[in-house]
Design a protein around this ligand. Structure first.
Ligand SMILES: NC(=S)c1ccno1
Length: 244
């Protein structure tokens, strides 16, 4: 998978060189290209923003540098186009399902907005030749898209074949498989500061252990994410219309 990230703070994305994503890049599973948006400015001050039409606080990122950046990274007459992801609090939710979808793409490009955001015409222009998704990692506002890109790249990269050691572990994670939250996990010692590992986990009875883990997943989901449990209930009751 090729990844391009455009930002006015490309050094923010240095974290992509470490840990799991860094290993994937070094092994050739990821081909990461970081770009400084200011490469595509031509004035003395390397201006990337201006005041918003219609008034209001803050500044808006100018379309010109973004247009030149997209044209340089993914020329209109090129053999392929990336899927463009624009992190924004106004975007569709980033979910594990979307992470799996993005992990199947051969080329992703991320546009990191700053200030009040990127001139809306940039997404329209890009949309003429590539799929554009405006995506939010949560209902809160950051100072820019860089942190969101780090989150999304880690969530996507770890799903790529060969990136994590044991792909079986992906099946039992929160928000995967049955869509419930993951059950609590324990390791040695069996007793620690007066806290004991649940007896069932020491029983060696795999059926009982599986039942206990499912019950714990349902309990946790009911306590912390009843919204997920409602959706799960609909699926069980055959009301799920996602296949409609
Ligand atoms: N919630 C997201 S993705 C965001 C981007 C910029 N600010 O918030």
């Amino acid at each position: 998978m090729r990844l391009d990230v455009v930002s006015i703070f490309p050094e923010y994305l240095a974290a992509l060189d470490v840990s799991l994503v860094g290993k994937a890049a070094k092994s050739g599973l990821l081909d990461v290209h970081l770009h400084d948006l200011r490469e595509w400015t031509h004035d003395r001050h390397r201006t990337v923003d201006d005041t918003p039409y219609g008034g209001g606080a803050g500044m808006v990122m100018k379309p010109e540098p973004w247009g030149l950046a997209l044209d340089a990274i993914a020329p209109a007459d090129g053999p392929a186009q990336p899927r463009l992801i624009v992190p924004t609090p106004a975007g569709r939710p980033f979910t594990q399902e979307l992470a799996y979808e993005l992990a199947a793409e051969p080329w992703l490009a991320f546009a990191c907005g700053r200030y009040e955001g990127i001139d809306a015409r940039v997404a329209s222009y890009a949309g003429e030749r590539m799929r554009v998704d405006e995506v939010s990692i949560g209902d809160y506002v950051l100072n820019g898209g860089e942190v969101a890109v780090l989150v999304m790249v880690e969530a996507v990269a770890r799903l790529l074949p060969g990136v994590i050691g044991n792909p079986e572990s992906l099946a039992e994670e929160s928000h995967s498989g049955d869509g419930l939250l993951e059950y609590p996990v324990y390791t040695k010692p069996t007793s620690w500061r007066g806290y004991d590992v649940p007896e069932v986990l020491l029983s060696g009875n795999h059926g009982l252990i599986a039942d206990w883990r499912h019950e714990e997943s349902v309990r946790r989901t009911a306590e912390r994410r009843p919204d997920l449990l409602a959706a799960w209930g609909d699926v069980l009751a055959g009301k799920d219309d996602s296949t409609a």
